[in-house]
Design a protein around this ligand. Structure first.
Ligand code: SAH
Length: 348
């Protein structure tokens, strides 16, 4: 059975139309309000939509939300959810505290095909893409938990598509989910509150204009193709200059922002020459630069630089006119920080 969460307003209207349900557009809108505005779980009842629509949906459509297998809370208030879908595949979703409101860090794939050598998820390979419904339900689960357990902090959370997977490698499903997140009849989330992070998957990046006007984050990690290709194999096919040129060509209208993410790995990309070259390629670009301390995981061959070395890297950038912030690591005690999401894909 198709999950109700996999429909956009248009496809749901068509779905109902083919069965001659009365007023399919109105019924689709009611269903959307029920699922995404009121955030109710389970089918609608008579009075909300016609009996014919209810019966048809009962036969053809599942209203099940994914299962929450575990919830872990960090001492810094980060929360990690292990979520299971109907075929038994699992992903992790992280609720991250920020001043003002939380962000939900959402996964877009089970595993990841990019195989970045510094990322725990990447060491696993790709199991499968998530459907738009599976992407959406992670958000619903995290927000519901927030309302229940931290009601005073339950303002509608922001979204960062920075969990497991490469969002632009799963373009169609991510696009569908985004349409529902921002839709007037759906979750009504402002586009400025959504950020998609990419390792530089060029075929998806070239289609970025098809998405709502959300923010983009590029995992840059080295200004040199030789080093970048060593840690992000994708860079061999889509080198940095092509990625940056494509990003430059995206019309960043209104409030859309670009974030450059730079994981600092000791001895690999935090040398003086790295900072100098990085400043060269970023000079004059509009954007926010985040330096992310490398987060370790079992079997990792890399080290996080000392605080002094990270500050020195930041200092060189600053002396060259580039303002960068060092991201505070959150949730590392429960293995919920950047690059630490894996859970046990092998089924254990
Ligand atoms: N595939 C996307 C989104 C997932 S990773 C991407 O590559 O952008 C989200 C962010 O965490 C990326 O910036 C990624 O480079 C970073 N990251 C991955 N592994 C990390 C690690 N071990 N330590 C710190 N950051 C890491």
């Amino acid at each position: 059975m198709e999950s109700i969460y996999n429909f956009t307003l248009e496809t749901l209207t068509q779905h109902l139309q083919t069965q001659d349900c009365p007023h399919p557009k109105t019924a689709a809108i009611r269903i959307f309000h029920h699922l995404y505005r009121e955030r109710k779980v389970g089918p609608l009842t008579e009075g909300q939509i016609s009996k014919k629509a209810i019966n048809y949906l009962a036969k053809s459509t599942s209203f099940d939300l994914a299962k929450t297998i575990s919830v872990q809370e960090s001492k810094d208030f980060t929360v990690k959810f292990l979520i299971e879908f109907c075929d038994g595949e699992r992903v992790e979703t992280v609720l991250i505290p920020f001043p003002g409101r939380y962000a939900v860090c959402i996964s877009t794939q089970v595993g990841c095909a990019m195989r970045c050598s510094f990322c725990f998820t990447g060491t696993q390979g790709l199991k499968r893409h998530l459907t738009s419904g599976e992407i959406l339900t992670q958000y619903l689960i995290a927000w519901e938990w927030l309302e229940c357990y931290r009601p005073r902090k339950a303002a509608q959370p922001k979204i960062v598509l920075m969990g497991q997977g490469e969002p632009l490698h799963n373009f169609e499903e991510v696009k569908k989910a985004l349409l529902i997140f921002v839709s007037e009849q759906g979750m009504q989330l402002g586009t400025r509150r959504i950020t998609l992070s990419t390792a530089g998957y060029l075929p998806g990046l070239k289609r970025f204009g098809e998405l709502p006007l959300i923010n983009i984050a590029l995992s840059l990690h080295s200004p040199f193709n030789s080093i970048r290709s060593q840690i992000i194999p994708l860079n061999k096919s889509y080198p940095l200059e092509d990625i940056l040129a494509t990003i430059d060509s995206i019309p960043f209208k209104g409030n859309r922002a670009i974030n450059f993410e730079y994981v600092l790995i000791d001895g690999l990309n935090n040398r003086e020459e790295d900072a100098r070259e990085l400043a060269k390629i970023l000079l004059g670009k509009k954007g926010i630069i985040n330096l992310i301390p490398f987060n370790g995981f079992p079997g990792a061959v890399y080290e996080r630089p000392s605080e002094e070395r990270m500050a020195a890297f930041q200092g060189i950038l600053s002396s060259l006119g580039i303002h960068a912030t060092i991201r505070t690591t959150k949730g590392s005690d429960i293995f919920a920080a950047c690059g630490q999401l894996k859970h046990l894909l092998e089924g254990s």
